[in-house]
Design a protein around this ligand. Structure first.
Ligand code: GLU
Length: 321
């Protein structure tokens, strides 16, 4: 026995040590989590949840937070199973599952809800020197309505329609990604942009350091009636002081950011995500100012696509369902 042990061939030793070092890493499952623009809050959702998952369940998963084109892009990527999880506005969650707006006649029956995150406001942001103080003042101006694939583009189109502004005739509509739009506003290449986002967002904080910004209220009677008609919209206020130069409350309407997945993602993967996020919610709340008011009861509301069964198992264990 002793003799034999002494003569274990070197190749066997090498192969053995290679197996021992390589196997644990190979066993990890890559999970792709789609955010949106790098200056928005969704990207922070994807990054911060990925950090929490890799910290607490790093032996099992390798979570990767990715920027994307926004809600519509992410919902479509989840449908194609290119992402495991993504963040999407509550109005797009509803429209995707029931097949309206961008998904007219093509309901995404595999879309599943996981939980809600922070509230997002429909913002119209301009420079002080453009003179735009009301939505109607946008006429003749160059306005970024958002890239196709973003959630804000649909909100911008709704606002324009409700205020009777034709995007093809009355304004010069641009379709920039949000990171470019924030820069373009500073560079005077556009006069205003729409962005539907949690607060505070770097997409507004950064330009506010270079130019005087104004956030325009979106609160006409028409908007209030529109909000009343849809369960996923509410009227809200951006509190004074949220951004540099914003010295009074600004009235507008809001949606909720929701985490979504595909029914084909394994129950255990969704269960592990939900359990780890809720068991470590204090860490998530502390990771970004937009998350500080997250509350478990609220995080189960505002979701239109059915919950994924992996999430239901955890919510039932907690007695939340
Ligand atoms: N609500 C935006 C969208 O769906 C993204 C907001 C963000 O990046 O935080 O496209």
């Amino acid at each position: 026995m002793l003799c034999r042990r002494r003569f274990i061939p070197l190749t066997t030793v090498l192969a053995l040590s290679l197996t021992l070092t390589v196997r644990p890493a190979a066993a990890k499952q890559d999970i792709l989590f789609g955010g949106a623009s790098i200056t928005g809050v969704y990207y922070q959702v994807a990054l911060q949840i990925s950090n929490i998952m890799n910290k607490h369940l790093g032996q099992k998963y390798n979570y990767i937070g990715r920027p994307t084109g926004g809600s519509v892009f992410s919902i479509n990527a989840i449908e194609r199973q290119a992402f495991d999880f993504g963040v999407a506005q509550s109005d797009r969650n509803w429209q995707g599952f029931y097949g309206t707006a961008d998904w007219e006649g093509k309901p995404l029956k595999t879309l599943r809800s996981v939980f809600s995150m922070h509230p997002e406001t429909v913002l119209l942001v301009t420079r002080k020197d453009t003179g735009i103080r009301k939505v109607e003042d946008m006429k003749g101006k160059r306005i970024n309505i958002g890239n196709p694939g973003s959630g804000q583009r649909g909100n911008a189109e709704d606002v324009l329609r409700i205020y009777g502004i034709d995007p093809n005739k009355d304004i010069r509509a641009e379709g920039l990604q949000q990171a470019e739009a924030s820069r373009a506003l500073v560079d005077r290449k556009i006069d205003a942009f729409f962005f539907t986002v949690g607060n505070p967002s770097a997409a507004i904080e950064e330009p506010a350091q270079s130019v005087d910004l104004v956030i325009v209220p979106i609160n006409s009677k028409g908007i209030q009636q529109f909000v009343d008609k849809h369960p996923y919209y509410i009227m809200t206020k951006i509190p004074a002081g949220t951004y540099k130069g914003v010295n009074q409350d600004i009235e507008t309407y809001a949606v909720t950011a929701t985490v979504v997945t595909n029914e084909s993602v394994a129950d255990a993967v969704v269960y592990d995500l939900v359990k780890t996020v809720f068991d470590n919610l204090a860490e998530l709340k502390a990771s970004h100012a937009a998350f500080k008011n997250l509350d478990p009861q609220e995080m189960l509301k505002g979701l239109s696509a059915p919950f994924h069964p992996g999430a239901i198992t955890y919510y039932q264990e907690k007695g939340w369902m």
